[in-house]
Write a protein that binds this ligand. Structure first.
Ligand code: ATP
Length: 299
């Protein structure tokens, strides 16, 4: 994003405690774009929640390019947290860090910590395969495997060596019910997962993620490849799953964030800018920059 597209002079958004001088006259986002690090505006409501995941001064570099800057945020247990912000602000990078998918990319370096139930998930002795079972991930584009609906769902159990038919049947039904897909597919479990519509495929991927009994569901723009009806079904599903699972969802769609999430974090150029209750963040944000973004004045 060019400097010209940034919100101009910030009268209300600058901290009262900022040093006087030319830099303090600039808006927060311009100062961040110029390389400053400013503290995130985290609403007290977030801190009142019990965190399942604590992200603590987390930085990430792709080679020499820094993509996340000192991100600290608690993810509340059993709630839906949305990550919003302009393209390239680091939403997916943050999401992929939580299940260590960025480990698969050469030259990624991190500092800081992330803790699931008080235990570091970044330490080298963490079993990444086990971690990924606790952090079920669903991607933008539905990615069912070229196998039956049944085998797609029970895949995580199969790779653990589970072959007991009764167990597999139970998990398959429970997961498909959990993903609000059971009624649509119960008579065709042995048809290919690829024969389903896009929206059904995405719910199948959610069923597969649920099958490994995760603690957290990581959803990376789960509706962006879907038509409005399918998208609505996946949104309903996210609301139904909240409470049972902690959900962290990246979305470009602010109406969607407002509809499905309990908490929303606004990111910009790799920085966490403001984080609070979704209703408050959308209706009464603390920072003018957040207001500018959610009202479509930039981004
Ligand atoms: N594999 C990679 N190698 C190098 N740089 C990367 C890689 N993936 C992402 N980046 C860079 O890191 C920054 C953050 O990207 P990321 O995809 O996390 O942002 P985003 O907010 O999810 O964007 P979008 O909304 O467009 O998906 C961007 O500058 C991007 O170019």
């Amino acid at each position: 994003m060019s400097r010209e597209t940034l919100p101009q002079e910030n009268a209300s958004g600058a901290d009262a405690s900022d040093d006087a001088g030319p830099r303090s006259q600039l808006g927060r986002l311009q100062r961040i774009a110029a390389g400053e690090h400013l503290p995130s505006e985290i609403h007290p409501a977030v801190m009142e929640e019990t965190p399942i995941l604590e992200i603590d001064q987390f930085n990430l570099w792709y080679g020499s390019k820094q993509a996340l800057f000192d991100v600290s945020m608690n993810i509340p247990t059993g709630k839906v947290t949305a990550l919003i912000g302009p393209s390239g602000c680091g939403k997916s990078t943050l999401l992929r860090s939580v299940n260590r998918m960025n480990d698969l990319i050469d030259a990624v370096r991190t500092s800081g910590d992330m803790r699931l139930y008080d235990q570091s998930i970044l330490s080298p002795d963490v079993d990444v395969i086990e971690l990924r079972k606790l952090m079920g991930m669903v991607f933008q584009k539905p990615n069912p495997f070229p196998m039956s609906i049944f085998e797609n769902v029970v895949y995580p159990l199969r790779i653990d060596g589970e072959n007991n038919r009764r167990v597999l049947d139970e998990v398959c039904e429970k997961s498909l019910r959990g993903a609000a897909l059971w009624d649509e597919v119960k008579d065709r479990l042995h048809e290919s997962g690829l024969s389903l519509s896009g929206g059904q495929q995405q719910r199948l991927c959610i069923a597969r993620a649920i099958a490994s009994d995760p603690e957290v569901l990581l959803l990376d723009e789960p509706c962006s490849a879907l038509d409005p009806v399918s998208s609505g079904k996946v949104e309903d599903l996210i609301s139904e799953l909240s409470g049972q699972y902690t959900i962290l969802v990246v979305t470009h769609n602010m109406q969607q964030a407002a509809r499905v999430s309990d908490f929303t974090a606004f990111m910009y150029l790799g920085h966490l800018i403001e984080y609070g209750h979704t209703e408050v963040l959308f209706n009464d944000p603390r920072l003018r920059e957040t207001d500018d973004y959610i009202t479509g004045r930039f981004g």
